[in-house]
Design a binder for this molecule. Structure first.
Ligand SMILES: [Zn+2]
Length: 317
């Protein structure tokens, strides 16, 4: 068996072998031995000719593939293509569009769009606790006209989710030298932005914001300092320049690579960029891919869910 890939080129060659796809995934999902996703039994036999496992316990769905219980479940798309798309999504700084994946793999654009939405679900990270230390908070407007959405869906999904000129609002907090948390918010009201800060930032942390009135009052819980952008952008430690880097990456992805992102789907692109941003240091492409692959388990997103026909569900493995 070849050693695990370090570059995109190596990944294409490595994952062209279906056996390598399975062994790569098994090593991350079931490092202590394969477990039946239906009943939890370890008494399973590998059917090598079909790359399936047979659970020895009698129950429905006793035969299962590596895809069962992951974002790949029920997908007819082969793992080489799934993993190639994951490699690119986890590592391309500005994201990768469904059109590019479609051209690279020969899969239809509609299918690759759905693939990417499912892969983005995997990139939604584990929480890892509140941010602490020196924190920047800011909010930004991002384009997202709901052009292609059916009018009644649009009205339902977007109502209230609009800033100036029909743009969506993203709130973000950044731990200097560390992680970012970002979220699509309905409004820039005090109630919404302060709730977002409290959800993600340890009390008593140093907090830097601009002079937006919505942040007034956070000084009771945080060492809050304000930089009034009408006067200056930096006053010693007091600035939000760390977040500017995140905003520019997010905007390059959403406005450049993806061209038209429906506001309803915007949070997935925000999560995708946050994943790359939070894993930008001390990691190479193979590390980021590895981490993303570890997050495929226990998540599903159906076509009905992704198109907003029914609510999303997370289910345990
Ligand atoms: Zn079983």
């Amino acid at each position: 068996m070849a050693s695990e890939p370090k570059t995109l080129q190596e990944a294409i060659i490595y994952f062209a072998d279906p056996g390598n796809c399975v062994s790569y995934l098994v090593a991350r999902r079931w490092k202590d031995g394969v477990v039946c996703p239906a009943c939890g039994s370890k008494n399973v036999a590998f059917v090598a000719s079909r790359r399936l496992w047979q659970c020895k316990t009698r129950h429905p769905k006793a035969q299962f593939s590596i895809k069962v219980g992951t974002i790949f479940e029920d997908s007819p798309i082969t793992l080489d293509k799934w993993l190639l798309a994951m490699w690119m999504l986890a590592n391309c700084k500005n994201g990768i569009s469904s059109y590019e994946i479609s051209r690279a793999t020969g899969i239809t654009q509609k299918s690759t769009w759905f693939m990417l939405q499912r892969l983005r679900l995997a990139l939604q990270g584990e929480d890892g606790g509140k941010l602490s230390g020196q924190i920047e908070v800011d909010e930004s407007f991002i384009g997202g006209e709901g052009r292609n959405m059916h009018a009644d869906v649009k009205a339902r999904k977007i109502q209230g989710r609009r800033g100036p000129m029909g743009k969506a609002i993203i709130a973000a907090v950044l731990e200097r030298g560390g992680r970012v948390r970002a979220k699509v918010v309905d409004r820039r009201k005090k109630k919404d932005l302060q709730a977002f800060v409290r959800e993600h930032v340890e009390p008593k942390s140093a907090l830097y914001s601009d002079a937006l009135k919505s942040y007034e009052g956070l000084g009771n819980e945080y060492a809050h300092e304000v930089i009034d952008h009408a006067e200056a952008y930096v006053r010693g430690q007091v600035h939000t320049n760390g977040l500017e880097n995140f905003w520019s990456l997010l905007k390059r992805g959403v406005n450049g690579t993806y061209v038209s992102v429906e506001p309803y789907h915007l949070f997935r692109y925000v999560d995708e960029q946050a994943f790359r941003f939070n894993n930008r240091k001390d990691m190479d492409d193979s590390d980021r891919f590895d981490l993303a692959v570890r997050q495929i388990v226990g998540k599903r997103l159906t076509w009905a869910e992704v198109t907003g026909k029914v609510g999303e569900t997370a289910r345990p493995n």
